[in-house]
Ligand binder design. Structure first.
Ligand code: PLP
Length: 395
């Protein structure tokens, strides 16, 4: 029996869901107003907001659930596996995965993808040590604790990249232990990209053959496929797994992401579960089945060309922001191919109003596709009108 039939009263022995009481409906209405008010000042976090997936609202009536492996059959058939597979295929192609050699699924976000990648790394190398830079997203230290993995934090450069000398020296001291390297393909605060070629060259130089590289490409994983001269970021750069957020560059009303990994590693940890009649390859059991629909809809609507156009415009807005900051005598900078614009930490009221994430003496805006030049102009005139910001805007 469908939820629809229940609502239409065809099954008299089943009580239909009651309507929302008036006071609750008013509360929702007021909340919607608050969200709409906040939407125009969302420029400090990497969440795109230029979407409308209302064509998917009929699916809110069903218990869709993507429990299990999207590439296997499941007894639970109210799922969106077929759309999830299309999303995974799109990411595989644009993240340069060799045909047939990777597997993936839609996650709850970048954090789950990082957990998945490091979990595989730890399973492949139970005696391994996780190396990550001090600029790595805060979730990674937690993931390492959850996995009970040994780890070493590597110094970071002021511009957000890993300190290659520190990494090299640390690897050199422990050549007998397989490294599980968490490479940042776009750090949270600076948008910095750890150089995968340099890291690979170090491992070759030290003759370290047992190793695992996971790329945290939460934001830049959907920027670099569209630019002309990307830094190394995909499977063609020798990574073993990658995590990208879906709600960041693509945009989604709920957090989501995509994790991809070399199939031969996934096969080593997969096991079959009788309860749902499928392979237990994912971190979560029950999984959000709407996120694959959302990502699929965005991919269908934009296509690769549209995503490229939209990304290049976002990069252009970031370049505009740096120029405008400089015109106002404020030191601001960004990495190549990045939409993260770093500048000296402004007044608390500005941080609050524009929903910015500060860190010590810096702050940033992230010119996601919904951020226009008018946002940049408004922010800079507010900063200029307040007292001189503290130094800290250059790497
Ligand atoms: C570099 C990086 N990695 C991981 C994450 C976590 O991603 P999510 O919030 O999708 O779990 C973020 C979030 O901002 C991030 O910037």
């Amino acid at each position: 029996m469908s939820a629809l039939a229940r609502r239409e009263g065809t099954d008299r022995d089943i009580e239909a869901m009651p309507p929302l009481p008036d006071r609750a409906a008013e509360r929702l209405e007021a909340f919607l107003g608050r969200v709409e008010g906040l939407a125009d000042t969302l420029i400090g976090y990497p969440c795109s907001q230029d979407f409308d997936y209302s064509e998917l609202s009929p699916f809110l009536r069903y218990s869709l659930n993507n429990v299990g492996d999207p590439f296997a059959d499941s007894i639970y058939r109210e799922n969106t596996f077929e759309f999830e597979r299309d999303v995974v295929a799109f990411f595989q192609h644009h993240l340069r995965a060799p045909t047939g050699e990777t597997w993936g699924y839609v996650t709850s976000g970048g954090t789950e993808g990082n957990l998945y990648g490091l979990y595989l790394g730890r399973e492949i190398h139970p005696d391994g040590v996780v190396y990550y830079s001090e600029h790595t997203h805060y979730s990674v230290a937690k993931i390492v604790r959850v996995l009970g993995a040994r780890s070493i934090m590597i110094r970071g450069r002021p511009d957000g990249e890993i300190d290659y000398d520190d990494l090299y020296e640390t690897l050199k001291m422990r050549r007998d232990v397989p490294p599980i390297i968490m490479a940042n393909i776009g750090t949270t605060m600076h948008g910095a990209i750890d150089n995968l070629s340099t890291i690979q060259a170090m491992l070759t130089d030290l003759a370290i053959t047992r190793r695992y590289i996971h790329a945290d490409a939460a934001l830049s994983g959907m920027i670099l496929p569209w630019v002309e001269d990307p830094q190394p970021f995909g499977f063609d750069s020798g990574i073993d797994s990658i995590s990208v957020s879906g709600h960041k560059l693509i945009g989604s009303p709920m957090p989501s992401g995509v994790a991809l990994a070399l199939r031969r590693n996934v096969d080593r940890v997969a096991r079959s579960v009788e309860y749902v009649g499928c392979m237990d390859t994912t971190i979560a059991g029950s999984r959000n089945a709407l996120s694959p629909l959302v990502l699929w809809s965005a991919i269908e609507r934009w296509g690769a060309d549209g995503l490229r156009r939209r990304t290049l415009r976002a990069i252009d807005t970031a370049a505009y922001a740096v120029e405008r900051f400089h015109e106002h005598g404020i030191r601001a900078w960004r990495h190549r191919n990045s939409v993260t614009v770093v500048f000296p930490r402004p007044d608390g009221s500005i941080i609050n109003r524009w929903q910015m994430a500060p860190q010590r003496d810096i702050a940033h805006i992230i010119t996601m596709p919904h951020v226009g030049r008018r946002h940049v102009d408004a922010l800079i005139s507010e900063i200029s009108a307040t007292s001189r910001p503290a130094p800290g805007g250059s790497p």
